[in-house]
Design a binder for this molecule. Structure first.
Ligand code: GLC
Ligand code: CA
Length: 556
């Protein structure tokens, strides 16, 4: 496997609004980030990915961009951004920007001019006349990802526009070469400033089938077979790739509903490659069916199968990403672990994914074991996606009112967006003002300061596994994945084989009970690298017990 710097990164994701408030207005900002760079560096990570920092009306918290060339005033100025960029670089950390080009905000100048039929901008978006006698019927039956129909009427233009996300997020028309030039200009602007790569938002959706035919009559995501992916996706991505080729930067595409087989069409290394890696979603579906709103019991074997599949199919030909949390996913301890065994399961999960092959991601708060928020009523949510899901679940009449609420509370992206818990002080030390969003009431126990002062904390465990991932990179980062005890519903175990014959062995009890320790899985002469329980293994593994060993090749 070819070695490159971006494959070895551990990346810390910042969702700026809830990370750290530097000026006391209750909203996270770049001054806040600047003050935390040493903390971020102390985790041992090598890069920061910023969720969108650009000017935006915040209908989808930054994923609705009104100006790609300016910083959201709530977050600061371009000077503030440059200070953060320099501050990160001078500490040896790369900076990755979110590139959101499937859609813009409806407040973007391009959209306003397009609605007004300005000749230059008229075809920047996907406009269609209404159908039917009154001309008001939707152009087709597509649905948006935030469930609802995918079309919005625009009075000024007298036509519908397509939006695959919120109403305020009109889809750009990438079939228009002028739009593609705009995208390339945006990319060049940030690369010239010195950013080191892009995380490209729902990038596999940018091409839509010509004629926009009706979709297969599914109750959700109707129409997706016509844009996920669309016919010109590879052509457009290759164009965008040309821009990045001139820089020492990488591209990470977010790819909903992606399978390993299809992923290889984008990320197989070589001349035709369009992206360096992808965020796929399959490993986040071990506790749900299709969508996180349809909850099922956590299924370890389902999870194993996904890792087996991706680790094997990418090996030697393409590159994976490894994440368990981000701004769209509820907190992983609350999903795949146990709040009761927060410390043990937080460390078990950290162990599980850190030694897989792939670029490694940690989301703000994950490293201190933050948990889901105890939502009490609908007023507690702010995310548009939750309200759309509520709406559609109510319309199906399949769930009781109580169940609709429970489903939403479990799946809500708001779980990941509560304020970062820095200390036991007021507002968890996130702000000196009034926080824009909830602080989890558990902040007095769960916060960075408390975790710092405890050598046995989840935070210090993250530091340790991140360091081990680098120290044993030939096995952990580049090694070949070999699953162990594949049929076990309780134990997650695997080896990572380095080219020089070294073997890393990972064994985790993924249950809240005791299980027999599979001693046969550990090679003789193996040296234990880390565990979340002190000492050598006993004959039973304790709840969420995790252990990692390394066996050097003979003579090494
Ligand atoms: C991506 C983002 C998500 C956003 C959506 C629309 O999935 O991660 O937060 O709402 O795209 O931009
Ligand atoms: Ca602020």
């Amino acid at each position: 496997m070819k070695k490159t710097w971006f494959k070895e990164l551990s990346v810390y994701q910042i969702w700026p609004r809830s990370f750290a408030d530097g000026n006391g207005d209750g909203v996270g900002d770049l001054t806040g980030v600047l003050g935390k760079l040493d903390y971020i560096k102390s985790l041992g990570v090598d890069a920061i990915w910023f969720s969108p920092l650009y000017a935006s009306p915040q209908k989808d918290y930054g994923y609705d961009i009104a100006d790609y060339y300016n910083i959201n005033p709530e977050y600061g100025t371009m000077e503030d951004f440059k200070a953060v960029l320099d501050g990160a670089h001078s500490r040896g950390m790369k900076v990755i920007m979110d590139l959101v080009v499937n859609h813009t905000s409806d407040q973007h100048e391009w959209f306003k001019k397009s609605a007004a039929k300005d000749p230059k901008y008229k075809d920047y978006y996907i406009w269609r006349p209404g159908r039917g006698k009154d001309g008001k019927k939707f152009p087709n039956n597509w649905m948006s990802t935030f469930p609802g129909n995918a079309w919005q009427w625009n009075e000024e233009r007298g036509e519908y526009y397509l939006h695959l996300f919120a109403v305020e997020q009109p889809d750009l028309n990438h079939d228009n070469p002028a739009v593609r030039e705009e995208v390339k200009n945006v990319m060049r602007f940030w690369l010239d400033m010195g950013v080191d790569g892009f995380r490209e938002d729902v990038i596999t959706y940018i091409s839509k089938r010509e004629g926009l035919p009706n979709g297969f009559p599914l109750p959700i995501m109707r129409g997706m077979e016509h844009y996920s992916p669309g016919p010109n996706i590879h052509k457009y991505l290759k164009e965008y790739r040309q821009v990045v080729k001139n820089y020492d930067a990488f591209q990470l595409g977010e790819a909903p509903m992606m399978t390993p087989k299809n992923a290889l069409k984008y990320i197989t290394e070589g001349e035709d490659q369009q992206l360096d890696m992808m965020f796929q979603f399959q490993h986040m579906e071990a506790d749900c069916f299709m969508t996180s709103y349809l909850r099922t019991k956590f299924n370890l074997r389902k999870l194993k199968k996904v890792y087996r599949n991706w680790q094997h199919k990418m090996y030697g030909v393409a590159w994976n990403t490894n994440y368990l949390e981000n701004h769209d996913q509820p907190r992983v301890i609350s999903r795949y672990g146990s709040e009761k065994f927060r410390r043990e399961s937080g460390k078990a999960l950290a162990t599980l994914y850190t030694f897989m092959s792939g670029t490694h991601f940690v989301y703000q708060g994950q490293e201190i074991g933050m948990l889901d928020y105890p939502f009490k009523g609908w007023d507690d949510f702010v995310d548009v996606a939750t309200f759309c899901a509520k709406d559609i679940m109510e319309k199906t009449h399949l769930f009781s009112e109580k169940k609709v609420f429970e489903n939403c509370a479990y799946a809500a992206r708001d779980n990941a967006r509560t304020c970062m818990q820095w200390s036991a002080e007021e507002n968890a030390g996130f702000t000196t003002g009034k926080p824009w969003f909830h602080v989890n009431p558990n902040y007095k126990q769960i916060n960075v300061a408390a975790e710092e002062s405890d050598p046995d904390s989840i935070l210090n465990y993250y530091r340790a596994v991140i360091a081990l991932r680098k120290q044993y990179k030939d096995a952990a980062i580049y090694g070949k994945y070999v699953e162990k005890l594949g049929r076990s519903k309780k134990i997650f175990a695997y080896d990572k084989l380095a080219e020089d014959g070294g073997v890393m062995t990972v064994i985790i009890n993924m249950t809240d009970g005791e299980v027999a320790f599979p001693s046969g899985c550990v090679p003789t002469g193996a040296k234990q690298l880390i565990s979340n329980y002190p000492g050598a293994p006993g004959s039973v593994m304790k709840p969420y017990e995790a252990r990692v060993w390394y066996t050097a090749a003979p003579g090494k």
